[in-house]
Design a protein around this ligand. Structure first.
Ligand SMILES: Nc1ncnc2c1ncn2[C@@H]1O[C@H](COP(=O)(O)OP(=O)(O)O)[C@@H](O)[C@H]1O
Ligand SMILES: [Mg+2]
Length: 334
């Protein structure tokens, strides 16, 4: 049996539509105005013990809903799943001790208390023996370099520091399965890097099974070899991450700010102009053209500011999988 098995999992939501105007509200008396949002549609996959898999897809694709299903926070409309042999939505206490869900948006720490108080509470909840608790806490605190912050109220910590505390809280009871939902969203580059390095080390050391969703290709590339891509609730790719990375890395984004308040006409010869709002321009340029393009632009124009960045992962994913007839090299259903 695989660590995580998902078969034809579906979850739909009923969303009530607001109608405007008097006639509409009278109409509303006679007709129920709702639509069905199929957040997760016939999703199937297996993940082996000790694998770390990226779970990718554009906004609203169904990633969070899938992780909520696997965490037992949401009950499916139909279909089946087991994690470590447990059916998540049966919410067995024994299952709760074996996994953790970390989300970039919601905190499990008490805002007004120092993190160490929340950790103590976890020790009680999970009945972690004292010596064991000390040892794990010291190890995690060291790895994440947050020792000096333990006594500070959580609300005084930066977003990056808080996320590191969230990870400690999630790992204190040594779960075998970890669901990470955008763990680095909104973090500065340094914190993002630190969380990433920690996750890589910890996952290899402990051989835990991880599903990671992230907006950042860097996270995903550093940590995962396999990617499951979901779009409009359906799995559209399950295979090597490299197939996606190749497509992803064909272009870079160049942001320019011209000092003359005038945008040169010649820019379009380097690539696609994504946005042009005087005096700023955003260009998408083939990767191997970046240095030539910069040299020429800087040579011919007066530029106040510039930056070069990767394309947002979700944009690439959306582009790759939005056309129904476009298939990925080793894509398709598993
Ligand atoms: N509680 C909810 N009620 C109604 N619709 C929801 C709810 N949760 C999610 N959805 C809808 O389900 C779809 C998938 O959402 P979600 O799983 O959060 O996507 P993702 O995490 O990939 O951005 C979206 O269309 C979203 O609006
Ligand atoms: Mg989400």
């Amino acid at each position: 049996m695989s660590a995580i098995e998902v078969h034809d999992l579906c979850r739909q939501y009923r969303v009530y539509r607001k109608r405007e105007g008097v006639l509409a509200s009278i109409g509303g008396l006679f007709r129920r105005e709702y639509e069905i949002v199929r957040a997760v549609r016939n999703v199937s996959f297996r993940i082996e013990e000790g694998e770390m898999v990226a779970f990718l897809g554009p906004n609203g694709a169904g990633k969070t809903t899938t992780l909520k299903l696997l965490s037992g926070l949401v009950v499916p409309t139909s279909g089946h799943a087991t994690v470590l042999g447990y059916v998540p939505w049966q919410r067995k206490d024994a299952y709760r001790r074996r996994f953790s869900l970390v989300t970039g948006q919601k905190e499990q720490l008490w805002w007004d208390l120092p993190a160490q108080e929340s950790f103590r509470l976890h020790r009680e909840i999970y009945r972690i023996p004292d010596a064991e608790y000390r040892r794990r806490l010291d190890e995690l605190t060291d790895l994440l370099e947050v020792g000096r912050l333990m006594a500070r109220p959580v609300r005084e910590l930066s977003l990056g520091e808080r996320m590191r505390m969230e990870l400690i809280a999630a790992l204190l009871h040594r779960p075998d399965v970890l669901f990470l939902d955008e763990p680095t969203i909104g973090l500065d580059v340094v914190s993002q890097r630190r969380v990433q390095e920690f996750l890589r080390y910890y996952q290899r050391e402990q051989r835990i099974t991880v599903i990671l969703t992230s907006h950042y290709m860097k996270d995903v590339e550093a940590l995962c070899e396999r990617a499951i891509v979901i779009n409009r609730g359906q799995v559209v790719h399950d295979g090597q991450l490299a197939a996606i990375v190749d497509r992803f890395s064909q272009h870079k984004i160049i942001d320019l700010q011209f000092s003359d308040g005038e945008i040169p006409d010649s820019l379009s010869r380097y690539g696609q102009i994504l946005e042009s709002r005087l005096p700023r321009v955003r260009l998408q340029v083939p990767r191997n053209m970046v240095s030539t393009c910069l040299a020429e632009i800087l040579g011919e124009n007066s530029v106040d500011d510039l930056s070069v960045s990767e394309r947002p992962l979700e944009e690439v994913i959306a582009e790759l999988f939005s056309q129904p007839d476009e298939t990925c090299s080793d894509g398709g259903d598993p």
